[in-house]
Design a protein around this ligand. Sequence first.
Ligand code: EPU
Length: 418
Amino acid sequence: MKTLTIQGGQTLSGTVRIGGAKNSAVALIPAAILASDPVTICNVPEITDIEALSNILKHLNVSVKRASESIVIDPSKMENKMITQELSSKLRASYYFMGALLGKYKKVTMYFPGGCKIGERPINLHLKGFEALGATVTIEDNVYTITADKLQGASIYLDTPSVGATINIMLAATLADGTTTIDNAAKEPEIANIATLLNQMGAKVSGAGTSMIKIVGVKELNGCFHEVIPDRIEAGTYLIFGALCGDHLKVDNIIPSHLEALTSKLEEMNIPLEIGIDYIYISKSPSQRSTNIKTLGYPGFPTDLQQPFTTLLTQSSGHSKVEETIWENRFMNVPYLNQMGANIKVNGMKATVDGKTPLHGEKVEATDLRAGASLVAAALIADGQTTITNVEHILRGYEEIVEKLTNVGAKIEINEID
Ligand code: EPU
C-alpha cells in the first residue's frame, strides 16, 4: 500500500500545469476501438486508470503505444473476447467497452465495472439505452452479455442525465442503422470531447454539450488524431489548494469557463482570483467567507469537487451548508476531517460546516479518489504531519500529484508500506 506524508503549513506559489481530463480520456480510449485503423490521442494523463484501460485493450489484442502524453491505439488486429472480472473491476470506466464493443461487434461479454464506492452506481440507464437500440441484455453471476442481430437507431430519454449512459449510448449508436436521439443527455464538457473524437473518426454526432444529442449512424469509422481537454476537476482541486494556502499560485493550461461553478463560489467567498484565457492565479484570502453549495450535473457545482471544497469551507468564518445530490456516499472524508479538527455534521446527503477551525496532522485514510484529494487539502494547512493511507485511490485520478505539489512548495512524500 502507498502512503502520502505531508508536512502542513507551507505556502504554495509558482505554476501547476493541469493534465488531460481523466473522465474524458477514460471514454476516448474505449471509443478508439470503433475505428478500423490507428487513433492517436494526445494530452492523456499519467494516471493508473489509463493503465487499467490499456490492459483491457491489450487483452483484446489491440496495440497500445504510449509516448510521453500521447497514446496510439491500433485496433486493426482486435479480437472480441470476454473482459474478465480482474480487468473490469479496476475502474468504473471499463463500462465504456460495453457501448464500444456492442457498437463494433454487436456483442460484448464483461463483468460489472469497478470504481470508487461513492454510491450504489447502477447502470440501468446504459442498459435501457442498449435495449432501445435493439440489444438483448443477460446478467448471470455479475457477467453482462449484450448482443444484437443489428442495432437500429432509436429515440432514448434518460430518466436522469447520466454522464456514463450518455457516452455509452453515443458509442453504441455511431455504427447503428438510422438515427438515434438522446434526450435529457448529460451536458459535461467531457461528452463534447468524446463527440469531437467520434466525428473526427467519421461519425455524425451533433448536439453534444446540450441536453439533446443526435447520432446519425455511419457504416465505418477511421483513425484520426485527437486531444483530451484539460481536467477541470484536477484544475478545481489545485484552485482549492491555492485558496487554502496559495500565494499567487498559477493553475495553468485550463479552460476557465469549465470551472465557473467553482470560481463564482470562490469569488463569493472573497478569495482573490485572476482569471486569464487559459490560467487562473489564486491566493489565500485574508478573510474567507462562508457559503453554501449543492452538487448538480454540469454546469452546476461538480460533485467531484464537493469533497475538496468541504475542506476549504472549514477555513471560512461562519456556517456553511453542503448538499450532495449525485452520490449518496460522498461524505466518507468527513470523519477524518473532524479527526483533524474540523466541525462538520452530516445528515443524510447534507452537511453543515462551522468554521473557522484550525486543523492538525493525523493518520487518515483515502476512502476514494476525491475523498483523498479532500484530505490532501486538509493536510496542506494542518499543523504538523499528516499521513494518508490508501493513496492508490488518489493516483487513479491525479497525475504526478507529488511532483506537482513539490514544485510549488509543498512538503510531500510518497512511500510504499507493507
Ligand atoms: N445513474 C442511474 N442509473 C444509471 C447511471 C447513473 O441511476 O444507469 C445515477 C447515478 O446513481 C448518479 C447519477 O445518475 O446518481 C449520475 O451518475 P453518472 O452516470 O452521471 O455518473 P458516472 O458516469 O458513473 C461520471 C464520472 C464520475 C462523476 C459523475 C458525475 C466517469 C468515469 N465518472 O460517473 O467521476 O462523479 O460522472 O459527474 O466519468 C470521479 O472522477 O471521482 C468520479 C466519480
